[in-house]
Design a protein around this ligand. Structure first.
Ligand code: TYD
Ligand code: MG
Length: 455
């Protein structure tokens, strides 16, 4: 067998190659392939099956496990996203764009956990201790019993953690960590993978929870490959628009709780403030009903959240009209425009279309289809929707409206925020209407006819 060779690994997606090339075939990125040495260069080992191992104990599926214990930080938005608090010995990855507020969030969380009685160590590989201390003072956290260190050498960090045995160790960030047994530069895929692996193993074997910060690449992945996401128990993304003050912490994977749960924060001069009622916040700047605006009653994780879709439709000066979307899927917008055009006879050819979710929120639910269609139609017809109305429902390619889950929760939240009418698909379970007047429809054409008297 040939001796172990160096491999070439794409720093964006983690694909590996035998030789260097300018462009990664797997993800299409240019100049991301770098040479990396393999972890071990020893002789090829015998096949595992030929050597006797240890038989592992087996158990039944019916064996009773108590639910994992949880440590609450007292930051309710943070605890909820974790699934009700931090699970001891779990590994958590917090991803987000640079500058979005990850270090601020985790410093605040560290202080809250420490004040709740946990032994917390915060290790920064990016900022000097003085810088972190200064921030803690500015946020009024200086008195919290958090232990601080600045270090990037993983071996030293693990030894330190071993010695102090914290309940929670925070590592900011995984890209700055450097494992001296791996022969490539900090921030490379091999290093990130090795660091995440070592820290996760430490969490499992020593019973300390570990939270790691990960920066995301420009296509929205946690830098380095998805492998880090597979290793850890929980992956949280911290999202938001830089220019906006709202920040959303979203769980995209959670072995100990529901995924897709969100926590909403507001970035203020004094750090991140929790927003217990996000619907009110997302709708606060809404004035009188205006053309192009539709309020969507959505569900994020276990919680109903009302957001406003805003659309603008204008004659296009270009031969290829613009389709611009913020906070919603561009492909889904194209689909809804196509359904409006071919099923309802409402053309958008020659018109620029802009769609935006107010407040910097990102909506992923197909249940928002009808709200998007409503905003688009309202903008195109230059007619506002009826006042105090929320809209939700999925649209199929045939133009039929499909009922969506948790109708009652959506209606209840809308009622709570002062809405009196809901437009939704027929056939959904809506036993408790929460005191709302319901306008249920089976087809998109009836919506167009009823609400805009067109189509
Ligand atoms: P930071 O937590 O350093 O971001 P990350 O770790 O994700 O790179 O936060 C950076 C931004 O947050 C910075 O531009 C300033 C802003 N900020 C506030 O607005 N208020 C505050 O109290 C703090 C600490 C930061
Ligand atoms: Mg940071």
């Amino acid at each position: 067998m040939a001796k172990a060779q160096t491999t070439f690994v794409c720093q964006s997606c983690g694909a590996s190659y035998n030789k260097w090339s300018g462009r990664c075939d797997a993800c299409g990125e240019w100049n991301t392939i770098q040479e990396e040495k393999p972890l071990s260069t020893g002789p090829a080992k015998k096949s595992l099956g030929a050597m006797k191992g240890r038989a592992v104990p087996l158990s039944d599926l019916s064996s009773k496990e108590p639910p994992p214990p949880r440590d609450a930080s007292g930051m309710e938005e943070f605890d909820r996203v974790l699934g009700g608090g931090l699970v001891p010995a779990s590994a958590v990855l917090v991803g987000g764009d640079p500058g979005i507020g990850k270090s601020t969030l985790l410093l605040q969380a560290a202080a809250s956990f420490a004040r709740a009685g946990l032994k917390v160590i915060y290790i920064s590989g990016e900022e000097a201790s003085a810088q972190v201390r200064l921030r803690a003072q500015r946020l009024g956290l200086a008195d919290a019993p958090v232990k601080l260190a600045t270090e990037t050498n993983l071996r030293d960090i693990l030894t330190t953690l071993e010695e102090h045995k914290p309940d929670l160790a925070i590592v900011d960030s995984i890209q700055t960590m450097w494992a001296d047994n791996v022969d490539s530069a900090p921030g490379s895929v091999s290093q990130v993978r090795a660091a995440a692996h070592e820290l996760t193993t430490f969490a499992k074997s020593r019973g300390s929870a570990v939270m790691m910060v990960g920066h995301v690449t420009k296509d929205g992945q946690i830098a380095g490959p998805r492998v880090v996401e597979h290793m850890v128990d929980t992956v949280l993304y911290f999202e938001g628009e830089r220019g906006h003050q709202f920040r959303i912490l979203r769980s995209v994977k959670n072995r100990f709780g529901p995924a897709d749960e969100i926590g909403v924060f507001e970035m203020t001069g004094g750090g991140l403030a929790e927003v217990p009622n996000p619907s009110a916040l997302f709708l606060q700047d809404r004035g009188q009903p205006a053309p192009g605006s539709a309020v969507f009653a959505g569900i994020e994780g276990t919680r109903p959240v009302l957001v406003e879709f805003q659309a603008l439709v204008a004659p296009s000066p270009h031969s290829q009209p613009r389709r611009s979307v913020v906070g919603w899927d561009g492909g889904r917008l194209a689909m809804i425009l196509a359904v409006l055009e071919s099923r309802c006879g409402i053309p958008f050819a020659g018109l620029d279309v802009y769609l935006n979710v107010a407040g910097g929120m990102r909506v992923n639910e197909p249940a928002a289809d009808l709200a998007v269609a409503a905003a688009l139609l309202s903008a195109r017809e230059d007619a506002a929707l009826p006042p105090e109305t929320v809209v939700f429902g999925e649209i199929s390619l045939s133009g039929a409206l499909r009922p969506v889950s948790q109708t009652e929760n959506r209606l209840k939240e809308a009622r709570k925020l002062g809405f009196s009418t809901a437009i939704l698909p027929s056939g959904g379970k809506a036993a408790g209407t929460g005191g709302m007047a319901l306008s249920q429809m089976g087809e998109l054409t009836s919506f167009v006819g009823d609400v805009f008297g067109a189509g």
